[in-house]
Design a protein around this ligand. Sequence first.
Ligand SMILES: [Zn+2]
Length: 553
Amino acid sequence: MLHRCTFLLALCFFKGGGSISTSCKTLGCGGRDNTCSCTTSCWSFSSCCDDYGTVCPEQSPTIQLGDVNMLITTDLHSWIEGRTHESLLNASLAHVVSALDHLRKAADVEKRDVFFFDNGDINDGTGLSATAPDHVEFLAPVMQSARYDALNLGNHELYQRNGHGIVEGPACPVVGLNESGYIASWQGRYLTSNVVWSSTQQPIGNRYAVVEGKFGTKLLVFGFLYNMEDHCDAVSVLDVEQTLASKWFIESLKAHRTLCDGVVVLAHMDFRDALVDKIWAAVRQGMGPSKPIQILAGHSHIRGYRRLDSHASVFEAGCKLDTVGFLSYSFEANGLRIDHSNITGNVQQLAGAVNRSVSNLSTAAGARTAHAINTARGRAGSDQFLGCASQRYRLLGPLDNNSLWTLYMNQVLPGALLDTPSSQIAIIGDGTLSYDIFPGPVNVDDVYKASPFANFWLKLESIPGSDVAKLLSELIYPTKYDLPPYFITGAPVPSSSYDLVFCEYDTEAIVGRLSKILGRRLEARLYKPLLNTSSVLNKWFEGQPCASQELLV
Ligand SMILES: [Zn+2]
């Protein structure tokens, strides 16, 4: 499924003549409080600077243990293995689990509780996700090994995978999570306050839970999703505001007002979303003026923090394990003190944040998660060697020979997908690709990181070139960023006719527009059902042998 947050990608594009700076020596190190703030910073999962780690050394943040403490992951998108091509972001979920153990040990001394939360979007990002038919089968056991106190659902668990029956296969990731027993295995702590099964209108997980720490801290926890409209048939996403006004919600607050020490809302939405303020207002009204309320946001893949009132805040902790969030709060004479830290997903910094070194970070629980990750990699075939890349192909930057888009449109699709490139034109949207290909040997995981969404292909036959040109003039318009919203494998000649090839995600954009241009409703047909937007890259790299010295690496 294509990424819904393409505006974030757009933020990463450089202004200033379309050139890409590859050194932080010239670009600077920036404030690193946004993952895509390339104009002022080189902090990013798709970093502007190749040399960030050496030019911009970071200090481990100081963790301030409070009365109540929480460690947070959000929008993991299956980036849980530690990055092999970006040494700065080498921490895996196993390292996070080990850090949690050390944090709890330190908190034990002061009899304070530490909770561990995930805020959804576990899938769609790497081979661990895209190689599983339902995109979650291989990931789920790894998440289970991490012993979260509560988890939320993200929009990526809710996309239709099979085109409503156009292709075979699982319909929706959350169905797989349910049928595998994953949701039940959390024993009421997989939270879906406003998402229900469409067939029964029953919640997918629990609407809320009370989680209790080792030293007796009781937190009332909810799990909200923004008002998502393009979800799969299996579920209904209920309006957040209506849910806040519903009887069960109001009564849950009333019932726990004195029983719980605080409220945590896992909210899969941007920390600046107006719905966050509405959730805060509803919880505040139900729980009184001094109950701590902590909203944990996500979805927009950035770091962000806002204080909501004297006893409440909202915190968004990056994405894809580029960040592990830490938050604590303590009652003080003049109110509630809230501290938060963004820990970069780097082993050294994670170890430093919990007063350990890299060599003594690992715990038995962390080792179990590391084993679960290795098992998942084995099932996904992540290490399967495909071929070699002769250079780095970049997601961001000008459309020259270094561009991943140029490679995909000029070589991959003509070579691995199209039958007759001269009479076929492939069109893809700017969310199709999401990570660089690095020089040297390329394995399955490298390919799926570059193209993670595995959307199937459709085609429209015999469209006059003049109408294709009209379509393209509507789709491809200049933006203030360097890259256009759509890419094509070739320009149409008005007097010729073409088969158009595109992926299922762009059906409405292409078939809808073209139907209007032609004055009749067009029906797209499935094209090359054994290939998708990810596996074409896989197939292409199988035809790219290595120079002998690369194989020896
Ligand atoms: Zn996400």
